[in-house]
Design a protein around this ligand. Structure first.
Ligand SMILES: [Zn+2]
Ligand SMILES: [Zn+2]
Length: 389
């Protein structure tokens, strides 16, 4: 059967899978229902299924022919702690949890490819379909790698995609080299001395000190980092106080930090610590800075990105394929798979009407019309990579 026909036939099943996953979102490393659902599906298709990597990760392996080459394709499976506000009839059944990043769609697309690949058997080698937990928070990709993912399931190359409501529907957006930023988080606690709001002279006001730190942090990117080096310092939260007549004991500032270059990353941490400590000292106060390095930057490899580009042009037409001029400042733990194996991570546009909500918005929904495109593309990608010689 032609691929397009087999994927068209599968469309009702793909939509049903996606909506079932959407109605049952689970947080990172707790995707037990999702994981069991995927494993059942892959087993029914004849895949050798391994569960338990990074707790809830699943790998489905399919061999064909005698070839020794292998490929890994990754889908992320976790949801977000967001209260859904879509009003869909398949809305999340778990209060406070939602598939707001489209990982339900990524999972359904890869399961669609799993079926087509198993039915067509049009490849020579080994396909590893990697269903990865905890992309949003705990770095499930790194956990899977640390638990021996690529030792147990050798992959000559790895690939992953993400839907993107800001890009036109069906557009493939790729980039050689850096595509997603490294992300770190700093928690700055200002230790003051609380008291009556009418007697500030008897206190050490952590709100004033904290506000000063927030303003001074704005100078790091503008004054300390090279203008051509991308970096972001965002104060995402400032917690302090409760009433106008009370000076609180402490203030907490939470900072999100993004960068690509490791020297820039070091400089950002150094300056954040220095500013927090020196500003506090100038107010006669003390800070503690809890600085946590999170995901590394996602860096695509050249040959595999060229491979995706060539295939996408054949698959969708040159007008549907763009090379991103700039990387995104968001982050992605597929970075850790790309540090172990060559590969490429790319975006698939989903903007159809222009009213789409962005990723991580309570009104976001994955565009089901992408399902056959993603499933067919993954199928063609695996078949092309493991083409019979
Ligand atoms: Zn996300
Ligand atoms: Zn995502």
């Amino acid at each position: 059967m032609k691929l397009s026909a087999s994927i068209d036939n599968a469309m009702p099943e793909l939509v049903a899978i996606r909506r079932d996953l959407h109605a049952h979102p689970e947080l990172g490393l707790a995707e037990t229902r999702t994981s069991a659902f995927i494993a059942r599906h892959l087993e029914a298709l004849g895949y050798a299924v391994t569960t338990g990597l990074a707790k809830t990760g699943v790998v489905g392996t399919l061999r064909n022919g005698t070839g020794s080459r292998s490929i890994g394709i990754r889908a992320d499976i976790d949801a977000l702690p967001i209260q859904e506000e879509t009003g869909l009839d398949y809305v999340s059944r778990t209060p406070g949890l939602m598939h707001a990043c489209g990982h339900d769609g990524h999972t359904a697309m890869l399961l669609g490819a799993a079926r087509a690949l198993a039915e067509r058997r049009n490849f020579d080698g080994t396909i590893n379909l990697i269903f990865q937990p905890a992309e949003e928070n705990f770095g499930g990709a790194k956990i899977m790698v640390d638990e021996g993912l690529f030792d147990r399931f050798p992959c000559d190359a790895v690939f992953a995609l993400h839907n993107e409501p800001n890009l036109p529907f069906g557009q493939f957006a790729l980039r050689e080299g850096p595509i997603m930023a490294a992300v770190d988080e700093a928690r700055i606690t200002v230790h003051g001395r609380g008291g009556h709001g009418a007697e500030p002279q008897e206190t050490a006001d952590p709100i004033v000190c904290g506000a000063s730190i927030v303003m001074a942090l704005q100078t790091i990117v503008s004054r300390n980092i090279h203008p051509m080096d991308p970096a972001v310092v965002t104060v995402g939260a400032f917690h302090a106080g409760s009433a106008s007549n009370i000076i609180p004991e402490r203030a907490e500032i939470v900072v999100g930090i993004r960068s690509f270059d490791s020297a820039v990353r070091d400089a950002l941490e150094h300056r954040i610590r220095m500013i927090a400590e020196a500003q506090a000292a100038s107010f006669g106060m003390r800070v503690t800075v809890d600085y946590e390095r999170s995901y590394d930057a996602t860096i695509n490899h050249q040959a595999e990105t060229d491979f995706v580009r060539d295939l996408a042009i054949r698959f969708a037409g040159a007008d549907k394929v763009v090379d991103l001029a700039r990387p995104f400042m968001g982050s992605e733990d597929f970075a850790y798979m790309l540090k172990e194996r060559p590969g490429s991570y790319f975006f698939l546009g989903s903007r159809a009407t222009g009213d789409e909500k962005p990723l991580h918005h309570p009104g976001y929904n994955f565009n089901d019309d992408l399902l056959p495109i993603g499933a067919a593309f993954w199928t063609e990608l695996a078949e092309a990579y493991l083409a019979r010689s």
